[in-house]
Design a protein around this ligand. Structure first.
Ligand SMILES: C[S@@+](CC[C@H](N)C(=O)[O-])C[C@H]1O[C@@H](n2cnc3c(N)ncnc32)[C@H](O)[C@@H]1O
Length: 358
């Protein structure tokens, strides 16, 4: 048999084997009782290790960095915040410097020394950019922040570690670790104040994607798939960057959590929160939209709200999907959100309490 035929057979065999193993893995992940025998528990360290691995590749190329840099409200917020809060002569850490833009803002503001840390391959470009832009006070350090040490503490920690779910880029553990080890008493974290929102919404009719078992397509009925509801929580979440996706909020938005990284202790973040909204605009509850607002003591703010015209566009809004239900004005939507780890949306679970008499 010619070598090329043998190669074709071998490639076919190993592709089938890979596919089979992947299917087995996916299936196992969806069986919580069995998965415990094959995978380590998803503790904080495992979540962080996963994110580190993902992060290294995700932010290494130009694709993600340019989306962030082109996000005008985001860049204006950081430029203004750094101009107001970094003082000439300050020593600064830029946690997750990416292309080095926040470090450059601090350098231009007159900071004496900026340590710009990043563990992904983007750092080599950041170094070249700084030279090309005549920035001389930035020292680039290729490491994960948890491995970064300094003999002398700093005045300011800059960071942009907010994920779509706010917590999913490990902002809280990374910033708190640097704060506790390397920030002077009275030093600043920029930004430090956060509001986390999880609001009941009606999705725009043209953009709404029902659960598959709710569908009937030209008379073809998917209702029987109701018995095969997926177990993995990822299925129950949608992402959109489309401003038109949310038709309206059912209630008046208010933060489900507020915290300040200057003072927060990780244990302060409750693992179960209850979100109760009086319905002020009637409609169909389709999902809970997750978004955040970051702000500084100087009153600057940055929002990822789907209904905020000035929102920072590169953050997507995440939808925690629910069974649909119609709500009238004056009724109450009541959600319990429980999280295993805030940094790991796969560990979030939510349930809408049924309406009295509903
Ligand atoms: C959201 S980007 C922000 C980049 C840049 N600060 C900006 O504002 O354009 C986050 C960056 O932080 C880096 N990063 C995330 N966690 C890190 C950590 N714990 N230590 C070092 N770098 C980290 C990523 O590789 C990525 O380049």
């Amino acid at each position: 048999m010619p070598i090329s035929s043998l190669q074709r057979i071998s490639v076919g065999f190993f592709s089938a084997l890979r596919r089979g193993l992947r299917h087995c893995g996916d299936w196992l992940h969806e069986q919580p009782k069995l998965a415990g025998w094959f995978y380590p528990p998803r503790d904080d360290d495992a979540v962080e290790a996963n994110y580190r691995e993902f992060n290294l590749h995700y932010f290494a190329g130009f694709g993600e960095q340019e989306k962030m840099l082109a996000d005008r409200p985001r860049m204006d917020f950081y430029h203004a915040a750094i101009s107001q809060l970094v003082r000439p002569g300050d020593r600064v850490i830029d946690l997750g410097t990416g292309t080095g833009i926040l470090a450059a803002f601090a350098a231009r503001r007159g900071a004496a020394k900026i340590y710009a840390i990043d563990h992904s391959g983007i750092l080599k470009h950041a170094q070249r950019l700084a030279t090309a832009n005549n920035i001389e006070t930035v020292e680039f350090v290729s490491t994960h922040s948890k491995n970064f040490t300094l003999a002398e503490k700093v005045d300011v920690i800059l960071h942009e570690q907010m994920g779509d779910y706010l917590f999913d880029e490990a902002m809280v553990p990374n910033v708190l670790d640097l704060r506790d080890r390397l920030l002077k008493p009275g030093g600043l974290i920029v930004p430090s104040r956060f509001e986390f929102y999880c609001e009941p919404v009606q999705i725009d009719d043209r953009r709404r994607i029902p659960f598959i078992w709710e569908l009937k397509v030209h008379g073809y009925d998917y209702a029987c798939l109701d018995r095969s509801r997926p177990q993995d929580s990822g299925y129950y979440r949608h992402t959109s960057c489309d401003l038109g996706v949310v038709d309206h909020f059912l209630g008046a938005a208010e933060p489900a959590l507020t915290f300040d990284l200057q003072t927060l202790q990780a244990a302060d973040l409750a693992k179960e929160i209850r979100i109760t909204r009086n319905v002020v605009k009637a409609g169909r509850l389709d999902a809970f939209a997750v978004f955040f607002r970051a702000s500084t003591a100087a009153g600057l703010s940055l929002s990822s709200s789907p209904l905020d015209a000035g929102r920072a566009p590169h953050w997507g809004f995440r939808m925690l999907r629910t069974e649909t239900a119609e709500y009238k004005v004056g009724e109450v939507v009541d959600l319990i959100l429980s999280v295993g780890q805030w940094a790991e949306p796969d560990s979030w679970r939510w349930r809408v309490e049924s309406k009295p008499g509903g």
